[in-house]
Ligand binder design. Structure first.
Ligand code: NG6
Ligand code: CA
Length: 497
């Protein structure tokens, strides 16, 4: 008996409620990139930038063409992926400041807790952005609750985003490299400390500002929020991708006998885009593309770790992104001017913050050599479905209250069915509804400076993937039906069948 099987058998014997058959407990690696759009990878048609490692996953696995993040911004998408609940059902799940309390209740069923009860070792590495602690955080002590309280055995986190303080890593609830004589303080209100800010010292900045981000300067980049202290613990943006990748690979190496679940949330290609020097100026389509190449390299390091440990065949690896692309997101780093024909959302309309498909339709490639046949799938899927699907895969039962919007789409994920969900609620600053390839966006009342009132929109994505021709006037019955369905989905606290 191989060591891996032996360990599984032993784990199964010790945990009578978790009796997974070996072929149903692959290692699972979910790589969630940041602000990477549908057209950003060469396997999705990009030509100005090459992403060979991601292309390898696509070639050896399934490339999904209609898979979605649950929202067009980061925090709500991550909340949904972890909890299996649409974030718009719950107040306080919008983009969080860096000192927010954790928005996932400790003890709740999460993607990590489900896999943990199936005998997995679990880890979250990289961008968190779901809040930490229960109120006012003391960054100098144990930061709790955090990932451990929702099912992750190990964590190494960027607490919020690269553009928000505190600019430090938190490993298993402690700031890494902190000198107790130089304690950290953080403020998202009044300025604190006497360090230079981007507002007063734009000449000190290595990345120019366009909107916001003009508080404390850390490593030559000014951020949202003020921080003092923690000098020895502050990250260096140029090293961030290597640092978190090393932690992800370290977790794989330590747990190669499996099964393990790694949630690896990269920071690329979110702002501030400050890739390592070896990636800067390596593409013809701006620093954003340089960051994409860095991201692809990090994915390659994960693939190498699986190969080196001879566990690639037994590992389900999935790559996707948290929301659509944006060029200028508050820093003027030249991305807007220097695309050179690169189209981050491909043929889709909209991007980050948008209810059009570019907001939530994501690159989504999945490989599991021992079980999944390579191919392309147009099944409608959402990241909110991963929880139920992985529960089904590993034989875990969910209570009726758990994961209220997470569908078991395992057959579609594994390429055994072409059908995913029948419908999906898409979320940005409002809600939209997909039923099959039909897309409905309700009428919106907007201030004149935001474009004024918008009529209801209806698109047939099978003919019009770019959402150019509004068919609402031609199909009043369908509009009414979709409007009622969307209202019902909002009124009912759960949509899981
Ligand atoms: C916005 C920030 C943007 C980005 C975003 C969150 C400004 C002007 N804009 O408020 O830079 O941080 O929040 O991005 O500050 S997300 O991908 O984490 O949702
Ligand atoms: Ca994002």
């Amino acid at each position: 008996m191989k060591r891996r099987e032996f360990l599984r058998t032993t784990a199964a014997a010790l945990a009578p409620y978790a009796m997974p058959a070996a072929q149903n407990t692959p290692n699972i690696v979910v790589i969630l990139a940041d602000d990477v759009g549908y057209g950003d990878l060469s396997c999705y048609g990009a030509t100005k930038v090459k992403t060979p490692n991601l292309d390898r996953i696509a070639k050896e696995g399934i490339r999904f063409t209609d898979a979605h993040s649950s929202s067009a911004t980061c925090t709500p998408t991550r909340y949904s992926l972890i909890t299996g609940e649409y974030a718009w059902r719950k107040k306080g799940t919008g983009i969080l400041p860096g000192d927010a309390a954790m928005i996932v209740e400790p003890g709740r069923t999460t993607i990590a807790s489900v896999l943990k009860s199936a005998g997995y070792k679990t880890a979250a590495v990289g961008k968190w952005h779901l809040g930490l602690g229960a109120g006012k955080i003391d960054w100098n002590g144990e930061i709790k609750p955090g990932p451990r309280e929702i099912g992750f055995d190990y964590s190494f986190l960027i607490p919020a985003t690269g553009d928000r303080v505190p600019c430090v890593y938190v490993e298993n609830g402690r700031v890494v490299g902190l000198d107790p004589k130089d304690p950290i303080a953080v403020s998202y209100g009044a300025p604190i400390g006497n360090e230079p800010t981007g507002k007063d010292h734009p000449e000190m900045l290595k990345v120019k500002l366009s909107r916001g981000h003009d508080n404390t300067i850390v490593n030559g980049v000014s951020r949202i929020g003020y921080m003092t202290g923690g000098k020895s613990a502050r990250w260096v943006d140029e090293d961030m991708a290597d640092t978190i990748t090393r932690k992800a690979v370290g977790f794989i190496d330590r747990n190669k006998s499996g099964p393990f679940f790694l949630y690896f949330a990269t920071h690329d290609v979110h702002v501030p885009r400050v890739p390592h020097r070896r990636f800067q100026n390596t593409t013809s389509c701006s620093i954003r593309c340089d960051a994409l190449v860095q991201l692809d390299h990090c994915v390659g390091e994960v693939l190498k770790a699986l190969d080196r440990n001879r566990i690639a065949g037994d590992t389900l690896i999935l790559f996707t992104s948290d929301n659509g692309p944006v060029l200028n997101d508050g820093y003027d780093d030249g991305a807007e001017e220097k695309q050179n024909g690169h189209t981050p959302a491909g043929l889709l309309r909209g991007g980050k913050y948008s209810l059009f498909e570019g907001g939530t339709r994501m690159p989504f490639v999945l490989r599991w050599p021992k079980r999944v046949k390579p191919g392309v799938s147009d099944a409608l899927l959402c990241q909110v479905d991963l929880l139920s699907s992985f529960a089904a895969l590993t034989g875990q039962k969910l209570t009726a209250a758990a994961a209220p919007d997470s569908f078991n789409v395992l057959p579609a994920l594994l390429g055994e069915s072409k059908t995913g969900r029948d419908h999906l609620v898409e979320h940005a600053n409002g809600l939209a509804l997909r039923i099959g390839t039909w897309k409905y966006i309700p009428s919106l009342r907007l201030a004149p400076k935001k474009g004024g009132d918008q009529p209801a929109q209806l698109y047939d994505l099978s003919q019009d993937i770019g959402e150019k021709t509004n068919l609402a006037a031609a199909h009043p019955a369908r509009v009414r039906e979709m409007q009622e369905r969307l209202q019902a989905l909002q009124a009912n606290p759960r949509s899981r069948p």
